[in-house]
Design a protein around this ligand. Structure first.
Ligand code: NIG
Ligand code: FE
Length: 414
């Protein structure tokens, strides 16, 4: 099957195959070809170029006339908690009344609230609710997704969440990476014996997750009131023995030293960084560990926005992601994330788009096959409505410009 897309106003996000990740100012470069064509063969991007060199129609089985439209590589959303049992709009009201995220968590809301609801949910119900959310984000342009456990907080329920993620992986035509986040909060039952919970994760849960191949990564919420730096290291070290690389939640509410630990432990990414100081930025400078920034979380919680400009100056590799979860970010809309990265993180549209595509793919270790318009990569992309320029996409904040979604070379109908 050959699909030829013709007359594109612009083909955006073209990248050489050897460029798998971008650092600092490199992110400003977003290559595009105006008045372009793109040929897809089977699941792959076969070729592309300027319309003056367009292959004949007879070469294709299907032709799309994309006059006035832009083609982008799909968003690669490298941080989400999309499997959850119930929404938490009661906390939304508490926030409006002035309670902080930490106060809501301390009052038994937050993660423990989601864990209580998760405990009684069936695998079937979790799968069907999460499937609807995955369909929604695919329609909004997401073509690769990472999903964390972390609302189970017990041996059985963490495994239940990961099995739901496994089913999502098998069901949807996008790559999905699974992350074990059992160390998301100390469950109520272990409030007075936290080391027993950590021992359970290390001695029982990680080996079983590995045996059943249920996770690609391990995550820890390294934060005051959640897990200490030393506990984080203990869990990362235990996971490393089973080949689970870290992607960790750090510096969301306070500076913890977790960024430096993540870099030392070769974390794929350190995520959040709203409260990041100079030392943390220095630690990330020119490193492979990606700073995954979550501007819609800052927006929703009214907490500071990460210092992306300084990170870019210091040659840090940045991804942006949704953090889709029922507490701190009940939205997986990557178009809004890209807009907020421009408006609040002061990233240029080009930087934000690179952070949401190629670097997002790198934060899931799939940038050899996803995240850019490159010959031989999987054809996961979207066509926009008629637009005037690349910048129109983040400029038109709160709106989705996707008109046609293509996944593995096929038009996605949901
Ligand atoms: O990334 N910070 C920790 N975890 C999530 C929020 C989880 C929740 O509130 O349910 C986050 O913001
Ligand atoms: Fe998160």
């Amino acid at each position: 099957m050959r699909l030829l897309i013709k007359n594109l106003k612009s083909l955006v996000g073209i990248q050489r195959p050897d460029v798998r990740q971008l650092w600092g100012l490199e992110m400003q470069q977003l290559s595009q070809i105006d008045n372009a064509w793109l040929l897809i063969e089977g699941e792959m991007i076969a070729d592309f170029g300027e319309m003056q060199n367009c292959p004949p129609d007879s070469l294709a089985d299907q032709i799309i006339d994309a006059t006035g439209k832009f083609c982008f590589p799909s968003w690669c959303d490298s941080h989400s908690h999309i499997v959850f049992a119930a929404s938490r709009e009661e906390e939304f009201k508490m926030k409006i009344e002035g309670k902080t995220y930490a106060e809501i968590a301390a009052a038994g809301g937050g993660i423990l609230n989601s864990a209580a609801k998760m405990a009684t949910a069936t695998e079937e119900d979790l799968f069907s609710a999460a499937s609807e959310r995955v369909k929604d984000v695919i329609k909004q342009g997401t073509g690769a997704l990472e999903i964390k456990s972390g609302y189970g907080l017990s041996y059985e329920t963490e495994l239940k969440m990961l099995r739901v993620i496994k089913r999502l992986k098998e069901t949807f035509p996008i790559p999905i990476k699974a992350t074990l986040l059992a160390a998301h909060a100390i469950p109520k039952a272990y409030a007075n014996n936290r080391s027993e919970y950590i021992d359970m994760i290390i001695d029982k849960l990680i080996p079983e997750v590995s045996r059943e191949h249920l996770a690609d990564y391990v995550d820890v919420f390294c934060e005051e009131g959640f897990f200490t730096l030393q506990e984080t290291k203990q869990i990362l070290d235990a996971s490393a023995k089973y080949g689970l690389k870290p992607k960790i939640h750090v510096n969301q509410l306070s500076v913890s030293g977790g960024v430096e630990l993540g870099v030392q432990e070769n974390a794929i990414s350190v995520d959040h960084l709203e409260e990041t100081n100079e030392a943390a930025i220095q630690a990330l400078s020119k490193q492979n560990t990606i700073a995954t920034l979550l501007p819609s979380c800052s927006f929703y919680l009214n907490i500071p926005f990460a210092n992306a400009r300084e990170m870019i100056n210091q040659q840090v590799s940045i991804a942006i992601a949704s953090d889709y979860n029922p507490g701190s970010t009940p939205s997986g809309n990557m178009n809004l994330v890209v807009s907020l990265a421009c408006i609040k993180l002061k990233m240029t549209p080009e930087e934000a788009i690179n952070a949401a595509t190629l670097n997002g793919a790198a934060a899931m270790e799939i940038s050899d096959n996803y995240g850019s318009i490159t010959k031989g990569k999987v054809a996961n992309l979207f066509l926009t409505r008629n637009m005037s320029s690349v910048a129109f996409l983040p400029y038109s904040f709160g709106q989705n410009q996707q008109e046609l979604i293509i996944l593995k070379g096929n038009v996605y109908h949901g």
